[in-house]
Design a protein. Structure first.
Lengths: 211, 211
């Protein structure tokens, strides 16, 4: 896999040693989540909206109602950016100044366009797979009316950067002599046991996607 | 507490019944996290950056290096928006179309300005408290040089909206007869046991903030 080009748009300035521009790192961060934040400009005002996504190769798919402001605006091919952030822990240093967080984040730049009618169902499949692998094969698939009510955008990733921090605190030398606890509190997202819909017949068992 | 004014900037359009504009709902969502995404425009390009924050009343504090592009730009008082999103679960419906996520998100609008030198340490304290309550009292506080290297912005929340979805799937009537599992997979962020810095003397015990 290759590296994204670097210019002032995507260059990691603060702590540049934490910056990465290779597709492998960017894809890994994207693949570990299914909710992103999208940023775009309307009449000079920056908007930010959380939304689901799915990755296929160097493309991201986003979907929404055909009447959605975000969708209608983004499909014009306006500049946009998109971020995915995993918070992996709180880094507790001896000094307030060196407190930090462990994280993996990526910021993606590009312009979106509507997918063709032929591609729409496939793109929705990719988004569904991102959320829960295998689920698509278990459900009632979209009908004509539902497909019509849904717009799907594809965003070819033009540029991206990733920023990653891991490990313990980095304190100033003299502070290591202080009698202050230092270390990391790991954080992670967990899935709890599935809760069946109240009206689900009891003979319908958990599907393979949830095993 | 009061409600934020509603206009086309912050109005929740898609599924408006999920929209909230009261400070209580917005503050609760803000208080349950410490990482937000900030959106701003530079030369027509929308940027999005994850960053720490702290809330005090109707103000949010953000900090960064004085050399940070985001900080230098935002302190000019340009339009910005800021989002905090909690993903609470995956909602599995009988139809692909009605799959959803449970979430609590808020989007905040306003303009930022630098805090005064007198307020800076207090604002950093608020950010620190947002990340880990009580930690500020346990650490070596910022010195002159560190305070100088840090810029802190305050963002008075002008407008905000919150959007919340909870509960099980809402399928189309005929789909309830299908032999398809439906329900929710709850998700949450958890903190694991603290890991001490490798070079921490073993007689330094866990501080009160971590108990």
């Amino acid at each position: 896999m290759s590296e994204y080009s670097i210019d002032k748009r995507n260059k990691v300035r603060r702590v540049p040693t934490r910056g990465h521009y290779d597709q492998e790192t960017v894809y890994k961060i994207l693949d570990d989540a299914f909710v992103c934040h999208v940023s775009f400009v309307l009449d000079g005002q920056p908007f930010i909206i959380p939304t689901l996504y799915g990755r296929e190769g160097n493309k991201l798919y986003l979907h929404g109602a055909t009447s959605s402001r975000m969708i209608r605006h983004l499909e014009k091919g306006v500049p946009m950016s998109l971020a995915v952030t995993h918070v992996d822990g709180i880094v507790l240093a001896r000094s307030a100044f060196h407190h930090s967080a462990n994280y993996r984040s990526t910021i993606v730049y590009g312009t979106a366009k509507s997918v063709s009618q032929e591609l729409k169902e496939h793109a929705l499949f990719i988004i569904s797979e991102q959320v829960l692998k295998g689920r698509w094969d278990e459900v009632r698939l979209p009908n004509e009316k539902e497909l019509k009510a849904t717009e799907v955008l594809e965003l070819e990733i033009e540029q991206a950067s990733a920023k990653v921090r891991s490990g313990g605190p980095n304190d100033d030398k003299p502070d290591y002599d202080l009698d202050i606890w230092a270390g990391v509190v790991p954080m992670k997202m967990i899935y709890s046991d599935p809760i069946a819909d109240e009206v689900l017949p009891s003979d319908i068992k958990l599907p393979p996607s949830l095993k």
